[in-house]
Design a protein around this ligand. Structure first.
Ligand code: SIN
Length: 286
């Protein structure tokens, strides 16, 4: 097995079959995941059971409350876009589950049906985003916390950056995810803006445009301004972005605590079907 860092962030893991990992191989994969934030595999011939077994080695599976589930495997959420849908799931920079008190560790995404072209996924490193943050911005967020929520996205409100490929638009396609009663029952958590990563111990920036609502202790306008500065820093940080091109048999596993991702929506009229399994995480500390 070989682990090779890729441009921006992440590592590609080759010469391995995720169906038959020894304990030593699995431990090396888990370490690479903690260090690089996202790991990629190519040419994996997997069935749903293999996907589930691989994910379970990392922890308990979080059964998604908002996405459609695989008809036979409730542990697998469908990240699907049909040819008649305009918007996709995850079509803007975000990290999953920050609206939970114990945000999920990460997700294992398996490509099942790909468009002829397009449909790449972008990743951004929140370790590097924090490291590269100008010192005045580091000072402004030192010791601060922010409130996160999923209500505006999975609940009834139509106003969603996450659901739209182009902020400000919204169409029928987005109705295929959501669960208003569950979303409305969520209690919004407060997380540190800079977390100490539970696996690597490294500092990571932990706010995201989809789910972070406001910085605690600031006026709304000041909070919006500071969040916008932090997001602009990540949007511009091309040296800590990676664009992953999917192929049949590709798998990506990302860490929700140390990365953002964005599913590009540039394949209108084509189908893209991905299977996602999310793994439970833990409360996050500064
Ligand atoms: C997601 O945000 O979970 C979807 C990522 C993708 O489809 O590439």
């Amino acid at each position: 097995m070989q682990i090779t860092a890729v441009e921006g962030l992440g590592a590609e893991i080759t010469d391995v079959d995720i169906k038959s990992l020894s304990d030593a191989e699995f431990n090396a994969i888990r370490d690479a995941f903690a260090e690089h934030g996202v790991i990629f595999f190519r040419g994996q011939d997997t069935r749903e059971e293999d996907h589930i077994a691989f994910a379970e080695r990392f922890g308990d599976i979080n059964v998604n409350r908002f996405f459609a589930a695989h008809p036979n495997y409730p542990q697998i959420a469908l990240v699907a876009k049909e040819p008649d849908q305009k918007d996709n799931i995850g079509g803007g920079w975000h990290t999953d589950h920050s609206y939970d008190h114990e945000p999920a560790l990460g997700s294992v995404l398996v490509a099942r049906e790909l468009p002829e072209s397009g449909g790449d996924t972008m990743f951004a490193s929140m370790y590097k985003a924090y490291e590269n943050l100008p010192s005045d911005l580091k000072e402004k967020i030192e010791g601060r916390t922010a409130i996160h929520s999923g209500k505006h996205i999975f609940g009834e409100g139509p106003d969603s950056y996450y659901n739209t490929s182009d902020a400000g638009t919204h169409d029928e396609g987005t109705q295929r995810i959501g669960n208003a009663s569950v979303a409305e029952a969520l209690t919004d958590p407060e997380h540190p803006i800079v977390i100490e990563h539970p696996l690597s111990g490294k500092k990571a920036l932990y706010v995201n445009p989809a789910f972070t609502r406001e910085i605690v202790g600031l006026e709304k306008s000041e909070s919006d301004e500071l969040l916008a500065e932090l997001y602009a820093h990540v949007f511009k940080g091309h040296d800590f972005h990676h664009r992953f091109k999917w192929e049949p048999g590709s798998i990506a596993m990302w860490d929700n605590r140390s990365t953002w991702h964005w599913a590009l929506n540039d394949y209108q009229g084509q189908r893209r079907i991905m299977h996602r399994i999310t793994i439970e995480g833990c409360a996050l500390d500064a």
